[in-house]
Design a protein around this ligand. Structure first.
Ligand code: HEC
Length: 209
């Protein structure tokens, strides 16, 4: 030990050995610096960026999620049918929770946007009108258009959720705007029995669209 060279400074009589860093440590340090630009290029530029991997995963996720229902169309039969399918209404609820509650309230009771839980609507008379307003927006963007931000399946299912809010009349909601509209149509007769079960083979003929 005593032969180890010392650094040439001393503070209050305290001296310091001049031990070299271990070789493996130095090379590890050099390696991190050498790898760094390649790592950066791999993950931050080109095809494999974290963002594009995330997008890929999300696309795969919705492909799996929507596998069993295919591509829904925003027509009356489809909307009336899915209004009976509790678990897909719930999916619509999650879309609503993510994108819509800031303006329409946590339960659709209305904030900046109108109350969706009463019987009166400004732009809606039929079920497909709901999907249209959501896709295209209304009142010069006061109600934003979601057509380029949500997939059609998401638009259909959030429309179904909005339709399900009607008549829940959440207390303390915004006063009614627009006109009272006719009741939603009866669901197609074969949709009623399908209900929320969703077991794959059975559900197909009910989709109707
Ligand atoms: C930035 C605020 C905002 C967000 C976010 C928003 N809305 Fe709206 N929404 C509005 C406003 C404001 C109106 C009323 C437009 C008008 O006065 O013509 C409206 C109207 C509507 C209507 C028509 C109501 C009627 O009475 O005819 C529906 C349905 C609707 N929004 C659904 C949604 C859904 C579903 C989402 C989420 C995907 C959403 N909104 C997100 C502000 C918003």
């Amino acid at each position: 030990m005593s032969e180890t060279p010392k650094t040439d400074h001393a503070y209050d009589g305290i001296e310091e050995y001049d031990n070299p860093l271990p070789g493996w440590w130095k090379w590890l340090f050099v390696a991190t610096i050498v790898i760094c630009p390649f790592y950066w290029m791999y993950y931050q530029t080109g095809q494999r960026t974290v963002a594009s991997q995330f997008e890929g995963a999300m696309a795969e996720n919705s492909r799996l999620k929507f596998q069993e229902i295919g591509d829904l169309q925003p027509d009356e039969v489809t909307l009336a049918t899915y209004l009976q399918k509790e678990n897909w209404v719930k999916f619509g609820k999650s879309v609503f929770a993510t994108h819509c509650t800031s303006c329409h309230g946590a339960k659709g009771e209305g904030k900046v946007g109108p109350n969706l839980t009463d019987e009166a609507f400004k732009h809606i008379r039929t079920l497909p009108d709901i999907a249209k307003v959501i896709e295209k927006g209304a009142n010069n963007g006061a109600m934003p258009a979601w057509g380029h931000r949500l997939q059609m399946n998401e638009i259909v299912l959030v429309s179904v959720y909005v339709a399900s809010l009607r008549g829940t009349n959440i207390e303390g909601g915004k006063p009614a705007e627009g006109q009272e509209i006719p009741a939603w149509p009866e669901p197609p007769s074969d949709a009623v029995t399908e209900d929320a079960t969703e077991d794959s083979g059975e559900a197909e003929p009910a989709e109707g669209a």
